[in-house]
Design a protein around this ligand. Structure first.
Ligand code: 0X9
Ligand code: ZN
Length: 430
């Protein structure tokens, strides 16, 4: 009996991440704008899945399925794009990552508390949100506007020292985990809540601003990455047929701005499938509704993603700049300066700029562009720090979570101040 149990345990461990048998991951380092663009052009042909976006002289990390590896390598050679193998065996690397995570921490925080020494499952995040709302009723309102496709509640917090009643205050909206696998993003959101409610070291953040923080836009996908497929990116909706049934829509292609025009996959099984219609996804309608309901006071919107150490701004579909680009650029520079003061020396430096120009490929239907299009003056996509040369594994090791959330908070504070100065009540010139 004992032998049988041990056998079953071993079998269960080795069966994990089986979907990635034979997959490889590559670092790719384009060194000219032409190379960056041709790399972008290879995405659909080789069904590339970028875990970390490449930029000029900034290597990206890309997952490649077995059937495309030789063609992809040949195309890189043909274009003269520098590359090297990151993991010969993606499944084996994922197993190693799991061991690393275990080595950092095995403990679950007490119910209602948050810890930053491991990536937390959805329930821990939700227990934390619930308990903050319960313990600080004068500052925090919990909102559950809808359930996800699979029926999980989508929860966000409204944080305000004046119960959202002082309409002269500016408002900042932060959301994360549209992309399920980007596990460093919910800790950044919960740490923001912590710094606004439980550990207010920057009181002007509450005196001058109201906040909306939505830590998990895509709870179904997030659970799926924990329980089944580590690199799941999309939602889990099942509304789309294409001969075969493929679940999921890329939430960051589902907004109604230039929807389904560029930088999308028309194949429902593709990673950047934009859905059957704009706002087809209930999770994305929640983000849309928050934007519209608070538009008159919203001075800054931050959409948290990973990886790449980048702060990006509109327009993503064609690389042109909006009239607010100078303010976006200077705000991003200020945020990044504040982050850099606190950053670890061996982490990649942040890159700032227009999203298409920085990552070399267009995106349509993104939240960043939609928010700006409807009138939020400062709208940014953060690609949080993660992998870089010398950092192994597939996601930021849990030992760096605290570092990233703390440094990112410094950027948020500076960004909020700048947003208030530029577009706050006494200075609304938009
Ligand atoms: O492709 C995306 O949606 C973002 N990168 S990620 O690796 N997190 O998937 C980048 C989006 C940048 N472009 C716009 N926001 N328009
Ligand atoms: Zn993302």
């Amino acid at each position: 009996m004992k032998t049988l149990i041990i056998f079953c345990l071993v079998a269960a461990v080795s069966a994990k991440h089986e979907a990635y048998l034979g997959w490889k991951s590559y670092y790719v380092a384009p060194s000219t704008q032409d190379q960056l663009q041709s790399l972008g052009g290879m995405i659909s042909g080789f069904d590339l899945d970028f875990l970390s976006r490449a930029a000029l002289n900034r290597e990206g990390l890309v997952l490649v399925k077995p059937e495309y590896q030789s063609g992809f390598v040949a195309a890189l050679k043909n274009e003269g794009i520098q590359y090297w193998v990151h993991a010969e065996d993606v499944k084996a690397q994922l197993d190693l990552d799991d061991q690393d995570a275990e080595a950092v921490s095995r403990s679950t925080p007490p119910k209602g508390e948050m810890a930053y020494d491991r990536y937390q499952p959805l329930q821990v995040i939700y227990d934390y949100i619930d308990s903050v709302a319960k313990n600080y009723p004068n500052l925090v309102t919990l909102v559950t506007p809808a359930n996800s496709y699979e029926g999980r509640p989508i929860k966000y917090l409204k944080i305000s020292s004046t119960n959202f009643e002082d309409k002269s205050k500016s408002l900042i909206f932060i959301e994360s985990t549209t992309h399920a696998r980007e596990w460093i993003t919910p800790p950044v959101a919960t740490f923001t809540i912590h710094k606004l409610v439980e550990n207010l070291t920057n009181p002007d953040m509450l005196e001058r601003f109201d906040w909306i923080v939505l830590p998990v836009v895509n709870p179904d996908g997030y659970e799926f990455t924990h329980n089944s497929t580590r690199f799941w990116r999309k939602t889990r909706s099942m509304d789309h047929f294409d001969g075969q049934r493929c679940p999921g829509v890329d939430g960051n292609r589902n907004f109604d701005f230039k929807w389904n025009t560029v930088g999308v996959s028309s194949n429902p099984c593709g990673e950047t499938f934009p859905g059957g219609a704009p706002f087809s996804e209930v999770e994305i309608r929640v983000v849309r509704d928050i934007l519209h309901e608070n538009l008159d006071r919203m001075v800054m919107y931050l959409s948290m993603h990973s990886y790449g150490s980048m702060v990006l701004y509109p327009w993503g579909h064609d690389g042109t700049l909006s009239n607010y680009a100078f303010a976006q650029q200077t705000t991003a520079v200020n945020m990044v300066k504040a982050i850099t003061v606190r950053a670890l020396p061996d982490f990649p430096k942040y890159t700032i700029g227009n999203s298409k120009l920085v990552i070399g490929y267009p995106t349509s239907g993104s939240s960043q562009d939609y928010a700006h299009y409807i009138g939020v003056p400062l709208s940014f996509t953060y690609e949080l720090p993660g992998l870089g040369r010398g950092l192994l594994g597939f996601h930021l090791s849990a030992r760096y979570i605290r570092q990233v959330v703390e440094e990112t908070w410094e950027g948020i504070v500076v960004g909020a101040r700048r947003a208030g100065q530029l577009y706050g009540p006494s200075n609304r010139y938009y």
